[in-house]
Ligand binder design. Structure first.
Ligand code: NDP
Length: 253
């Protein structure tokens, strides 16, 4: 365990699986107390127990971030439990693949609700605490890290609405970065390529086999590879702002 983040508090959304769970474990190993935010309470508890078994501190906060009240409660319960908030990782997301014209409208709505609105609600609720942390926190800086995607940089057929949400996250991140620069709240975006998680499992059954076939030849990234990128961003010296990190699998084009 390093102690780069000792005395700080982090909130990670989508911490019940994949990249979010790996990131929460990594930030806890760096010394942060971590709030684990997602809907599946049993899975959050598993992550919490693994952090505690490794000597870290974590708390499960089971909420749905697509409700404004849920997002606000996630932040409020974190600050009640740990007294402050220095780092937010907006990681929760869904990807529902398929040609645009055939997709049920409910699929577009789920992606926009989680990937865009959920991220905005959590950010809005967290900002006053991040500004305070940058003024008087142990590191005199605070971090908001948005998990976008290679799909926020490169559009492909079959992911039009997912591309819309992730290109949007990139644009939002850059604008907010400039708005908060003077307050010493660093705002960063990480764009992972193919990572071995549950993400593709939510795609409709009739399309899932095709998606899996397309990426079968690639040696996928592991969630810990993206956790490494988050750790690099948030443990960097106060004088450094890592604005954007694009991490693809070595085989990925
Ligand atoms: P997972 O499906 O493993 O994780 C998604 C997480 O989001 C889960 O913890 C899920 O928890 C949470 N989540 C979904 N909906 C909500 C909600 N309404 N409220 C709160 N939490 C929610 O996939 P990944 O780890 O791969 O995905 C994490 C992020 O990484 C996403 O933003 C994704 O777009 C991005 N990404 C992933 C890539 C990949 O190849 N895997 C590539 C590029 C980007 P629960 O269901 O318990 O609520």
């Amino acid at each position: 365990m390093s102690n780069d983040l000792m005395g700080t508090v982090a909130l990670v959304t989508g911490a019940s699986s994949g990249i979010g769970a790996a990131t929460a474990r990594r930030l806890a190993a760096e010394g942060a107390s971590v709030a684990l935010v997602a809907r599946r309470e049993d899975r959050l508890d598993e992550v919490r127990r693994s952090i505690e078994a490794a000597g870290g501190v974590a708390r499960a906060v089971a909420v749905d971030i697509t409700s404004r009240a849920g997002a606000q409660a996630a932040v409020d319960r974190t600050v009640e439990a740990f007294g402050r908030l220095d780092t937010v990782v907006n990681n929760a997301g869904v990807m529902l693949i398929g040609p645009f014209a055939d997709a049920p409208v409910g699929e577009w709505e789920r992606m926009v609700d989680v990937n865009v609105l959920g991220l905005l609600y959590v950010t809005k609720a967290a900002l006053p605490h991040l500004v305070r942390a940058a003024e008087d926190g142990p590191r005199r800086t605070a971090d908001l890290v948005n998990i976008s995607s290679s799909a926020g940089r490169v559009a492909r057929p079959g992911t039009a609405v997912y591309n819309l949400t992730k290109f949007g996250v990139n644009g939002f991140t850059e604008a907010l970065r400039q708005e908060l620069q003077a307050k010493r709240v660093r705002v960063s975006v990480i764009e992972p390529g193919n990572v071995d998680t549950e993400l593709a499992s939510h795609t409709r059954d009739e399309l899932r086999a095709g998606v899996e076939e397309q990426i079968r030849a690639i040696e996928k990234l592991q969630p810990e590879d993206i956790a490494d990128a988050v750790a690099y961003v948030v443990t960097s010296s106060r004088r450094v702002a890592v604005n954007e990190v694009f991490v693809r699998a070595a085989d990925q084009s």
